[in-house]
Design a protein around this ligand. Structure first.
Ligand SMILES: [Zn+2]
Ligand SMILES: [Zn+2]
Length: 255
């Protein structure tokens, strides 16, 4: 394959494989951060950008808290676009009415018997306060994650550089392994994915055994080695990596 045909995600995957934990969790995090950068870039000079994010009422919790980044340079942009969302919510609250007569009497009877059921009296208000579109950073992450995952499963069988980088990585978390298995269209790539996951999970099981064993009072004098954080890696393997704190980047762990 010529250099022109190699997608950008190929190089991003190789770079992500050198970091700790699931390379795709890291890749997705970078995609989200780049999108947020682009969103905030120019909010001061072009405040109309805020209209683009009205339907989603900004970003989801995870992405909203990634917005500040590391420095203080994004504070003004955040203040401008989030003031607009707060005004948007306030306008709805100003028009809000408790619609006690709404709904049939049978519906009202059911409401009074079941307190867990949302009331019809505030139903339209609650709906109007919900985002009408998903978080735009989440949408971007999903789209580019699929593109990158397609690159991984397409290049794994024949590209030694990518295969070696992948095999030297900490391996895919379960959610990203599932995504890879959904997109794989080649039996060799499938075998590489399965074998890699089996090997890395097998090693993790052994480390967890050792971690658990050292908690037995008979062995409490033994200090922890590489298995000391195996419980964290088990969480990340099954649930995916945690989002790092804003401004914190991940460092490759030295073992
Ligand atoms: Zn992952
Ligand atoms: Zn989001």
């Amino acid at each position: 394959m010529s250099r022109e045909q190699i997608p950008q995600s190929y190089y991003e995957i190789i770079e992500a494989c050198a970091g700790p934990g699931c390379p795709f969790c890291r890749l997705v995090e970078q995609i989200g951060d780049r999108f947020l950068d682009a969103c905030l870039h120019g909010t001061v000079t072009d405040p109309d950008i805020r209209f683009k994010y009205r339907e989603s009422i900004g970003f989801c919790n995870r992405h909203a808290w990634r917005l500040p980044g590391s420095g203080g340079g994004r504070r003004l942009g955040i203040a401008i676009i989030y003031q607009d969302f707060i005004k948007q919510v306030t306008r709805k609250l100003e028009k809000a009415r408790y619609n006690a007569s709404g709904g049939a009497s049978l519906g009202r009877l059911q409401e009074s018997l079941n307190r867990k059921k949302p009331t019809g009296a505030t139903q339209s208000l609650v709906r109007s306060l919900e985002p009408q579109k998903p978080c735009p950073a989440c949408v971007q992450e999903k789209e580019l994650e699929t593109l990158a995952m397609t690159t991984l499963v397409d290049f794994l069988p024949n590209d030694e550089r990518l295969r070696e980088a992948f095999q030297a990585s900490d391996g895919l978390c379960l959610p990203h392994l599932r995504r890879a298995l959904e997109l794989v269209r080649n039996e060799t790539a499938f075998e590489i994915l399965i074998e890699d996951a089996r090997q890395k999970m097998g090693k993790l099981i052994e480390e967890l055994d050792e971690f658990i064993r050292k908690h037995d009072h008979r062995f409490q004098d033994e200090s922890f080695a590489a298995e000391g954080d195996s419980w964290q890696r088990a969480l990340a393997r099954i649930a995916g990596m945690p989002a790092p704190l804003p401004g914190k980047s991940r460092q490759k762990k030295q073992l």
